[in-house]
Each structure stands twice: as structure tokens, then as C-alpha cells.
Design a protein around this ligand. Structure first.
Ligand code: PGA
Length: 249
């Protein structure tokens, strides 16, 4: 069975007072809400990684970063390496989120290099793919997702060391959720591509759905074949909502 991953993505949200959310989620999981088949993860801004890792220490909650530079260290003012995030206590790293691809012009090749950097640092990369509304409407969804998958996976991808997140760009932060048929079709396509590329480990790579996942729709989305969890933006900022989605898994 593929391990389920319920991952929050705080994006550029959260000051130190948000550590109360980390503490509440971690404690609730530690007090019996955690289940073996599902991992809970919150990916937080770089400024909070070390504090969040500290606040969740001793609980089943994992902490992740949201982006990194491809180099280990050096003259890159303002950037952060995967090693720095690992050193701060992260165990996962989101790479290739559509907001990074758009805001920072990150190409598939850069995303693959970031995923390789995550591996170099001992982190599990969550590699994001997904089509825009225009691409979906023109019937290019599978071409776009297939191309992103082909070029955003690092050569180091293998057994249990990557996670894929399918996030239709038009469903992120919009309240519009892809329907079960749309989700199932793309997840099946991604599974087949992973198996073709990685063999058996492609069959056990978690594939997350992301885009307006909420407590009210999580159980239904998570019941779709080849959906092995969620990447949750807005609803991961509240402990109650994130925990409700986790419990749906
Ligand atoms: P959303 O964001 O849940 O707020 O739509 C998902 C994401 O961008 O990862």
C-alpha cells in the first residue's frame, strides 16, 4: 500500500504566533489522532522551519520547507539551500510549486535540480505539476503534465524518495476543485508515467492532489484511485481544518 501524506503548504503566511498551530497539530496527533498509514506534514516559511521543528519535536508531525536554491552554499544573497533547511529540522521540501514556477520563472530543469538538491541534503522532495486553465481548456493537460513529469524528476528519483503533487493551477486558492473524474484521470496518467520511469518504486510513489482541498471535500477526493494524500494551502493554516483533513485519510 502507498503511504498517505497529508501535507500543508503555508506559502508566505505565518509569524511566530502561528507556532501555536504547529503545537496544537503536533499534540493532537501525539495524543492519539495519528495513524500509521498516514504521515502529517506542515511545510512552512523558511523563517519558521527551525522553530516549527522545535515546537513539533517528539510528536508525529513532520516539518518541511517550501523552496530552495540548487547549490549547497555560496554567493547567492537571500537564498536558502536544502542543507540549511535540513539543518533547521525540515525532512520534506516542496519544489516546483506553480507559484514558484510563475513568480521565479523556475523551469522544469531547475525544479529537477532542486529535487536533486533535496536528495543531496537528505530531504524528500514533493515535486509539483499541474496545468493552467488555458491548457486544460485547450485539451493540453496530459501533454503539459507529462512534460513537467519527464523533466522535473531528478536522476536520483527512486525508491520512496520522492512525492508528486498534482495541482491544477486553476484550482489553487480559487475554491474551484477538480472533479473526481478529472482528478482520477490525471492521477492514473501520472501513476503510469512513474511506473514507466521508475519501475516498481513508481507504483509506491505517493501522488498528492492539491487545489482547494478542505475538510468538506477531503474524504471524497482521497477516495479517488491513485490519490495518496493532499497538498493543502489555505486550509492548513488552521489546526482544526488541517486535522479534519488528516482524519479523513
Ligand atoms: P489551496 O493551495 O489549498 O489554498 O488551493 C494548494 C497549494 O497551492 O498547494
Amino acid at each position: 500500500m502507498v503511504q498517505t501524506l497529508i501535507a500543508g503548504n503555508w506559502k508566505m503566511n505565518g509569524l511566530k504566533d502561528s507556532l501555536s498551530v504547529i503545537k496544537e497539530v503536533g499534540q493532537t496527533l501525539a495524543n492519539g489522532a495519528s495513524v500509521d498509514h498516514a504521515t502529517a506534514l506542515l511545510c512552512v516559511p523558511a523563517t519558521l522551519v527551525a522553530l516549527a521543528a522545535d515546537a513539533s519535536s517528539g510528536t508525529p508531525l513532520s516539518i518541511g520547507g517550501e523552496a530552495c536554491h540548487t547549490a549547497e552554499s555560496g554567493a547567492h544573497t537571500g537564498d536558502i539551500s536544502a542543507e540549511m533547511l535540513a539543518d533547521a529540522g525540515a525532512t520534506y521540501l516542496i519544489v516546483g510549486h506553480s507559484e514558484r514556477r510563475a513568480d521565479h520563472c523556475e523551469s522544469n530543469e531547475v525544479v529537477a535540480a532542486q529535487a536533486a538538491a533535496a536528495h543531496r541534503a537528505g530531504l524528500t522532495p514533493i515535486i509539483c505539476v499541474g496545468e493552467s486553465l488555458a491548457e486544460r481548456e485547450s485539451g493540453a493537460t496530459m501533454t503539459v503534465v507529462g512534460d513537467q513529469l519527464e523533466h522535473s524528476l531528478p536522476d536520483t528519483a527512486g525508491d520512496k524518495n520522492i512525492v508528486i503533487a498534482y495541482e491544477p493551477v486553476w484550482a489553487i486558492g480559487t475554491g474551484k476543485v477538480a472533479d473526481n473524474e478529472q482528478i482520477g484521470e490525471v492521477h492514473r496518467f501520472i501513476r503510469a508515467a512513474l511506473v514507466k520511469r521508475l519501475g516498481e518504486s513508481g507504483a509506491s510513489t505517493p501522488i498528492l492532489y492539491g487545489g482547494s482541498m478542505k475538510p468538506g471535500n477531503a474524504a471524497e477526493i482521497l477516495s479517488v484511485a491513485d490519490v495518496n494524500g493532499g497538498l493543502i494551502g489555505g486550509a492548513s493554516l488552521k489546526a482544526e481544518d488541517f486535522l479534519a483533513i488528516y482524519s479523513a485519510a
